[in-house]
Ligand binder design. Structure first.
Ligand code: URP
Ligand code: ZN
Ligand code: ZN
Ligand code: ZN
Length: 496
């Protein structure tokens, strides 16, 4: 049976335009966006008068069913996605972290985990080692498996960290494949020293986590990754930008014309590190993530950078461990599993901190939470837009209603919430995913197996004679000031 929906009279918002219009959906596709669409009586009508009708959120950064060897995140592809849908996010891009190093085995493993999906999803691939096999597998992953981005960890020594030599190999390979290189930017060797120092000093609590890996180490690694990407002349995506130090490196590079993307996350925009000093271990431990949530002031600076275009999109890094899992590190902060929640809260938090506060427009909100992500990962305008032909992933937000966050009412399996008690204006009242109304009247109606894997095609880096899809990509990556043409093809274009 085909399902037909008419969303009537709302303010339809895309990244560059808003208008009062009706949106007509058939099955999983948006068929028409127009004023006064007339339909038959087999169509379900949703009244959106006085509300915003926007593309569903796309979270570029999550870790569902993430096995960290000694334990696994509490949210899997069903519970994490259900939580996401209740909070207005209709697609996420998760990280395949191949435990035994084989990219294809890792990919198949994650596809198995994702079978229970109730929401569309895509993948980034993490590179943790380097040899001929990995290099060949990267090619296969891009050409056959629908992944166009690779993440490299510059931190987590003794686990995931790679050195500069490998980073360069990886960047070169990304460039040759038309894939986007991503980095977790912290100086892992220095963090390791910092951690030893804290333990020596007897600082074993969660505050030791923040003290051992200060913002200067995030700034250093961000700068290094940016320079190595410049050397190879390939675009770079910096995940979870948490500090002024890292943000300023991105600002400087973009100003010089380098194609660098910066992704702040909900916790970096809406929290500060003071919780890590809370005397109660359980409370403090839930805020432990890497890079750490910084001192008050970094949050405001990251918000400002988003509103001025220095940073481009917002993720969550949703990585959920409950209090019993966090308790592993009661005597040693190094053993606390890293990560905070956010996949359910991001859309409300960005609305409240950025739109409600007057820092950005509603069209900017759509760009930062959805459209920019779709463009960067080459799935626009199928995703990230309310246009005829786009997937029917739609949210309806009531600007006059309020949200309140609590572990008692959230949909994640977590027993805690880092935003506990937070309230704000702007409530996502309806979520439509793939043409199905999955969230309405505070009720979730989701079904396992309804989420689809969204393949993301690579880009071809052409510096002259741009094809259309390349033009979109380079646009979204273009810095405010462009390099002159002569300057844009560097010696490294011939070297690598
Ligand atoms: O603490 C964090 N961020 N955990 C998730 C893994 C990562 O580094 O993104
Ligand atoms: Zn128009
Ligand atoms: Zn990371
Ligand atoms: Zn992450």
């Amino acid at each position: 049976p085909s399902s037909k929906l008419l969303i009537k009279g709302g303010t339809v918002v895309n990244a560059h335009h808003q208008q009062i219009a009706d949106v007509y959906v058939e099955d999983s596709i948006i068929v028409a966006v127009n004023s006064n669409i007339r339909v038959g009586d087999d169509v379900t009508i949703i009244d959106a008068a006085g509300k915003y009708v926007m593309p569903g959120g796309i979270d570029p950064h999550s870790h569902l069913d993430f096995d960290v060897v000694f334990t696994t995140t509490v949210d899997d592809f069903f519970s994490g996605q259900a939580a996401a849908l209740a909070g207005g996010t209709t697609m996420h891009i998760d990280f395949v972290i191949p435990l035994n190093g084989s990219l294809t085995a890792g990919f198949e493993d994650y596809q198995k985990k994702a079978k229970k999906s109730c929401m569309d999803y895509g993948f980034h691939m993490v590179i943790t080692k380097w040899d001929e096999t990995v290099s060949r597998e990267m090619e296969l992953i891009v050409k056959e498996k629908g992944i166009n981005s690779f993440k490299f960890f510059m931190a987590y020594k003794e686990a995931l960290m790679i050195n500069d030599e490998l980073l360069l190999e990886g960047f070169k390979k990304c460039k040759s494949l038309g894939a986007l290189a991503m980095v977790h930017a912290e100086n892992g060797d220095a963090v390791y020293e910092g951690q030893k120092k804290m333990i020596e000093l007897g600082i074993t609590g969660p505050e030791g986590h923040a003290l051992s890996r200060p913002a200067v180490l995030e700034g250093e690694a961000t700068a290094r990754a940016i320079r190595l990407a410049d050397f190879v002349n390939t675009p770079l995506y910096v995940v979870h930008v948490m500090s002024i130090e890292a943000m300023e490196e991105i600002a400087k590079a973009r100003k010089s014309g380098q194609r660098v993307i910066g992704e702040p996350i909900a916790s970096g925009l809406a929290l500060d590190e003071s919780w890590l000093w809370h005397p109660d271990f359980e409370t403090a431990a839930k805020y432990v993530m890497s890079p750490p949530i910084r001192k008050r002031g970094h949050d405001k600076a990251l918000q400002a950078a988003l509103s001025t275009g220095i940073l481009q999109l917002v993720g969550t890094d949703h990585c959920a461990f409950n209090s019993t899992q966090k308790a592993r590190g009661i005597d040693d902060f190094r053993k606390i599993p890293n990560g905070v929640n956010g996949i359910e809260e991001r859309m409300h938090l960005v609305w409240d901190t950025m739109v409600e506060s007057g820092q950005i427009s509603v069209t900017d909100y759509v760009r930062l939470t959805s459209t920019e992500c779709a463009r960067i990962f080459n799935i626009y305008p199928r995703k990230g837009a309310i246009l005829p032909g786009s997937d029917a992933d739609i949210i309806i937000l009531n600007p006059n209603s309020s949200f309140e966050i609590s572990a008692k009412s959230h949909h994640s399996r977590l027993d805690t919430n880092v935003y506990e008690g937070r309230r704000g204006k702007g409530k996502i009242e309806v979520t439509i995913a793939g043409g199905r109304v999955v969230w309405e009247n505070n009720e979730l109606k989701v079904a396992r197996g309804t989420g689809r894997y969204i393949k993301m095609a690579p880009f071809s880096y052409v510096f002259d004679g741009l094809e259309k899809k390349d033009a979109i990509y380079l646009n979204s990556l273009e810095a405010p000031v462009n390099r002159s043409k002569n300057n844009s093809s560097k010696i490294s274009d011939f070297l690598f």
